[in-house]
Design a protein around this ligand. Structure first.
Ligand code: NDP
Length: 296
């Protein structure tokens, strides 16, 4: 029987633990605060930030939302960032990507205080992650680690093939999985658009993580028996539904499930974990900045 890993249930468990941490912080007079900054009115980004705000409220954290016009000058955003860096009620924040063309996202990331960079994208935090001394693990890779743990799949000694080498998923996940710590100690292959014979790399793996953005790229024929499959991809494809589309992953679920010992669905796999790990990082940031011990 294939274990279909329920990301919503795992995320619920993490949120419940975080609520206890929020209570502990509350006893010390601290309410963790997460700010989201949205520049422009991209509908998908609006949905993402409103979900993040709702997540905050649900576990008793402060959600602060800042919106700037789509034609805002870079300096206007930099002023907002400086204010958030100085605001002691904001323990963590993020600027929702993508930003409009006039703004250089890399410069935005560099201006965020590393101590409040709960996405874990600031160069200092990337460096610390690579050095094995992560301040904040980036949310999606951390969520993948937690899902493996929840499914009782220990990466130690396993061959892991990650398809995708992005800054936010593939590369940080590869770094986490090779660390000499619990949840790491794997042997990792990272694939990308120039990789030759992708199926050979995925067939050799005990664990396959797909983070590409290509609907159903990885199918059952590319997997060996008893592989653990984590599907990060979220792709809209035209479908005869009320909305006119449906969400599919980077993995062809039905054929992959035939081969897999464990697999995440889309939706309901990695997505809820990414949101939960953002709350986790914010609670961690509050604990660090306010010097209140919480058991994370
Ligand atoms: P990016 O577009 O930044 O990176 C995609 C990666 O896939 C690149 O490294 C690219 O290679 C590689 N790639 C593209 N085509 C192929 C191919 N045919 N074979 C092998 N590798 C290929 O994407 P992200 O990492 O940001 O996101 C990936 C997917 O995950 C998306 O669907 C996104 O929506 C989803 N996502 C989901 C999250 C969640 O919480 N569930 C969170 C973040 C992302 P190259 O580097 O050579 O271009």
């Amino acid at each position: 029987m294939t274990n279909v890993i329920d990301g919503n249930a795992v995320a619920d468990g993490i949120r419940a633990d975080l609520e206890d941490c929020v209570d502990t912080l509350g006893d010390a007079g601290v309410t963790p605060g997460l700010a989201t900054v949205l520049v422009g009115d991209d509908p998908a980004s609006e949905t993402y930030v409103s979900m993040k705000q709702r997540d905050c409220e649900e576990i008793g954290m402060n959600g602060i939302h800042v919106e700037l016009d789509g034609d805002a000058a870079p300096d206007e955003l930099y002023d907002t960032i400086a204010d958030l860096n100085d605001d002691s009620s904001v323990h963590g924040y993020l600027v929702q990507d993508p930003v409009p063309d006039q703004i250089d996202y890399r410069e935005v990331i560099r201006r965020i205080s590393p101590a409040k960079d709960v996405d874990g994208f600031h160069p200092e935090n990337v460096g610390r992650l690579v050095a094995g001394d992560a301040r904040f693990k980036p949310c999606t890779p951390h969520g993948v680690q937690k899902l493996l743990d929840a499914a009782d799949v220990d990466p130690e000694g396993k061959d892991v093939t990650i398809v995708g080498r992005s800054r936010i998923v593939g590369k940080p996940l590869a770094n986490l999985l090779v660390q000499k710590t619990d949840g790491g100690n794997a042997t990792v292959t990272v694939c990308h658009s120039r990789t030759e014979d992708l199926a050979d790399k995925t067939r050799r793996a005990d664990i396959v993580v797909a983070a590409v953005g290509a609907p159903e790229l990885v199918d059952g024929s590319m997997l060996s028996d008893d592989t653990t499959v984590i599907d990060v991809g979220v792709n809209r494809v035209d479908a005869d539904t009320e909305k006119g589309y449906e969400l599919v992953g980077d993995v062809e679920f039905d054929s992959a499930k035939e081969k897999a010992s464990a697999i995440t669905p889309v939706p309901g796999g990695v997505g809820p974990m990414t949101r939960a790990m953002l709350l986790y990082n914010t609670v961690k940031a509050a604990s660090q900045q306010e010097d209140v011990d919480v058991s994370l």
